[in-house]
Design a binder for this molecule. Structure first.
Ligand code: LMR
Length: 395
């Protein structure tokens, strides 16, 4: 019956993560999957999350089915965190989703139904799963120029020129902050230029913001979304709380659609609900309760932001630490890209073969594209990571 089912070649990130888990070497270092580790090399349980969970444990209540669009307090809090006061909330259709991936999937299915002719343009390179998710929704996925390997930064003119060729009505996927996989972000002025182009050409932006708080700060990272919305540009925004609440397995995300008026937003929300019902019916309760509690309480929210700021600063220190360690080992090497890029990741330029050698010889894991998760480095792992990189680069 199932003879025609071909083997799964694996996912470039999740399968590698499984391989890391099965690696028996005690000195192994995982810089592949995009997770934040603290100085002890652990995923933190954030203080505000623990406080919210403790309060919830005292009063668990029942666990009914949530509405298709999710927990109302969560949706309200998420909307404020994403948009600030850039646009009246009645113009935004917001649904709780299964992480950021769930938001992309619900958005992809919605686009396939209501904009069936639209292609989705993603940056070159982008997170591999963007291709898979949108193709899985039956959409055509195309690439726009984004990264300049020579500088390790955004090729901004190349990007603008590419976006000028995108047909009106097509969807453009934009990373709001902490570009995955390159760590190369636009600055505020560049975002303003992209917004003007998108508006003039009638493109439909779809923001992915999986790392809010890890770039420049919670509000700074949301600037592109808020600016586009304030310009009256209709848009999609997928957000995730996996990293900034360290709640990976709770699958907490959201999909927002900014519409022209409240009536459109009502209709869009209705169709998002229908899309969710067709996919997984309704989202789970627990993670949303935690996040709604933290964001809905001024003291917990302030503590969450303070801890997240500390995490962001630790990542920046690891970036500088790896840069210094590599300069020490290879004074002639050009590692400037590391300190020019921002966020969770850096695109090292290492080839798939060099990455494989680092894994085999040194038990240091990067993604095959050369992406290194800076946020998973610690003071203790900087040296082995730099040693492994220098060893392959010196060949
Ligand atoms: C990543 O890019 O490593 C993370 O977003 C985790 C994932 O699902 O790929």
């Amino acid at each position: 019956m199932f003879k025609h089912v071909e083997p799964f070649p694996g996912d470039p990130i999740l399968t590698l993560n499984e391989q890391f888990g099965a690696d028996p070497r005690p000195n192994k270092v995982n810089l592949s999957i995009g997770v934040y580790l603290n100085e002890a090399g652990k995923m933190p349980a954030m203080r505000a999350v623990l406080a919210a969970e403790t309060a919830l444990a005292a009063d668990l209540g029942t666990r009914p089915y949530l509405p298709m669009e999710g927990n109302a307090a969560y949706r309200k809090a998420v909307s404020a965190l994403t948009f600030g006061d850039a646009v009246p909330s009645e113009r935004i259709a917001v649904a709780q989703t299964l992480g950021g991936s769930g938001a992309l999937k619900v958005g992809g299915d919605f686009i396939a139904r209501y904009f069936p002719q639209a292609a989705v343009w993603v940056s070159d390179p982008t997170w591999d799963n963007h291709h898979s998710i949108f193709q899985g929704s039956g959409l055509k996925v195309k690439k726009y120029r984004y990264f300049n390997p020579a500088t390790g930064l955004v090729d901004f003119m190349g990007m603008l020129n590419a976006l000028e060729t995108v047909p009106a009505g097509d969807v453009v996927l934009l990373h709001a902050c902490c570009h995955n996989p390159t760590g190369a972000d636009l600055d505020a002025q560049q975002w303003r230029e992209v917004a003007a182009l998108v508006k003039r050409r009638g493109l439909l932006p779809f923001f992915d913001m999986a790392y809010q708080g890890f770039g420049q700060g919670v509000d700074e990272d949301a600037f592109p979304i808020r600016h586009f919305a304030a310009q009256g540009i209709p848009l999609f925004a997928a957000t995730s709380f996996s990293k900034n609440f360290s709640l990976y397995g709770e699958r907490c995300g959201s999909l927002s659609v900014v519409c022209a008026d409240a009536q459109q937003a009502d209709n869009v929300l209705g169709q998002l609900k229908a899309t969710i019902r067709r996919n997984y019916s309704n989202p789970p309760t627990h993670g949303a309760r935690i996040i709604a509690r933290v964001l809905g309480d001024a003291a917990l929210r302030a503590d969450w932001r303070a801890e997240l700021d500390g995490m962001r600063l630790r990542v920046a220190a690891m970036r500088k630490g790896l840069y210094d360690a590599l300069r020490e080992r290879m004074p002639q090497g050009d590692f400037e890209y590391l300190v020019r890029q921002t966020g969770m990741f850096s695109y090292t330029g290492l080839t798939a073969q060099e990455v494989e050698s680092m894994r085999v010889e040194s038990a240091v894991y990067l993604v095959g594209s050369g992406r290194l998760c800076i946020a998973a480095l610690t003071q203790a792992t900087i040296a082995p990571a730099a040693d492994a990189m220098a060893r392959v680069l010196k060949r």
